[in-house]
Design a protein around this ligand. Structure first.
Ligand code: KDG
Ligand code: MG
Length: 402
């Protein structure tokens, strides 16, 4: 079998997605997600100008060799644009191999290690009462794990809280919006939120919280300690992770489990975090981390240190990445949890898929390959629209981590 052609489908059904379609001379095709929120066209251009011409005529079964060709062969390594482009090719090749062998991708990764993939979803509210209500509603829908975010009194707009009662979706059309942030108000507030959620929801529900890189290590240590009575499943992205050693300080002060890595694009971003056991869950995603091939190596390394996966799964990762993550999560031994922020109805129509949710778990389905299609005619009705993630400033105007 040979790769005959490859093209990109760029569309915006409620939000932007970049999808790679690789077609073989036997008529089998594979899909890969290349979406990098807010920088979509950079990945599209990298693929079109520099990657796709190199794929034509290659054997799509040589997944490892093609991965190395695109990674080592470029000479310039890593970075979210490069690694998202490689990931898109990698996902499409796994999809092709599964279809050619008539088996779901999880079987190519070692087969099922479990029956279903535990997922967590997002709950939020403009204040504690609304957030508690939202957690309870998601628990009633069957979720066994829920991430709780709330508006903070005195802070105009908080991460993870929608403006208008819709599901939270931070990317906005037009230029980046700006929000104001107060660490002091946030730190005093979050323990009250989880006190209320635990009282209302009992001890069994898994609760998670995303700090979204906004604290210094010592502030994160204080938060982790304050949240210990509420035994969170994890505290996510407590501090920016460019300096991996920053997590040592947090770890020394609290037993609240720590998850990080949704913005990582290389195993090397997580290497020290894992080998020093400064984190408990690795949140790298298949789309931004170089694909299934790269993440399998990272997960196997993490397994040695009892670090488990907890992959990013916001709506800016397309249903193709979601499917890839579910096959991956079903197969690997050190799976922890998978984020599930449901896509809109329109997104699901553009990307019909075999995966499903039931009683707290997701299932990739048994379709060959990844089990996701793209309705190209429908996608064409929703052309790309420039959109950005917001930026954040402290109350005095200083630019800070969003
Ligand atoms: O594109 C950025 C979002 O995916 C991110 O803000 C979502 O932090 C996030 C999460 O945990 O889902
Ligand atoms: Mg996050």
């Amino acid at each position: 079998m040979k790769i005959e052609s490859a093209k990109l489908i760029i569309c915006s059904p409620d939000r932007n997605f970049v999808t790679l379609k690789i077609v073989t001379d036997e008529g089998i095709y594979g899909l890969g997600d290349a979406t990098l929120n807010g920088r979509e066209l950079a990945v599209a251009s990298y693929l079109t100008e520099h990657v796709l011409p190199c794929l034509i005529g290659r054997d799509p079964f040589q997944i490892e060799d093609i991965w190395q060709y695109l990674y080592r062969g470029a000479y310039w390594r890593r970075g979210p644009v490069t690694m998202s482009a490689i990931a898109a090719v990698d996902m499409a090749l796994w999809d092709i191999k599964g279809k050619a062998l008539n088996t779901p991708v999880y079987n190519l990764l070692g087969g099922k290690s479990r029956e279903g993939v535990l997922v967590y979803t997002h709950a939020n509210g403009s204040d504690i009462a609304e957030a508690v209500d939202s957690v309870q509603r998601h628990a009633a829908e069957g979720y066994l794990a829920v991430r709780a975010q709330s508006g903070v009194p005195g802070v105009a707009s908080s991460y993870g809280v929608p403006k208008s009662g819709k599901p939270y979706e931070p990317a906005e059309r037009g230029l980046p919006s700006e929000s104001l942030w107060s660490t002091e108000k946030y730190l005093n507030f979050v323990p009250k939120l989880f006190d209320a959620v635990r009282k209302a929801c009992g001890e069994d529900l898994h609760l998670l919280h995303d700090v979204h890189h906004r604290l210094t290590p010592i502030e994160a240590a204080r938060l982790g300690k304050a949240l210990e009575p509420y035994h969170l499943f994890w505290m996510e992205d407590p501090t920016p992770a460019e300096n991996q050693e920053a997590f040592r300080l947090i770890r020394e002060h609290t037993v609240t489990p720590i998850a990080t890595g949704e913005v990582f694009n290389s195993f090397w971003d997580a290497h020290d975090l894992i080998r020093n056991q400064w984190i408990d869950y690795l949140r790298m995603t298949i789309v931004h981390g170089g694909g299934i091939t790269a993440l399998k190596k990272a997960a196997d390394f993490a397994a040695v240190y009892q670090v488990r996966t907890g992959f990013h799964g916001a709506t800016d990762l397309s249903p193709v990445t979601m499917a890839a993550a579910l096959h991956f999560g079903l197969a690997i031994h050190n799976f922890g949890i998978q984020e599930h922020m449901p896509h809109t109805k329109l997104m699901d129509e553009v990307f019909p898929h075999a995966y499903s949710f039931n009683a707290g778990y997701m299932y990739p389905g048994d379709a060959p390959g990844l089990g996701v299609e793209i309705d190209e005619a429908l996608a064409a009705k929703y052309p790309y629209q420039r959109a950005y993630l917001p930026i954040a400033r402290k109350l005095d105007g200083t630019l800070t981590d969003w």
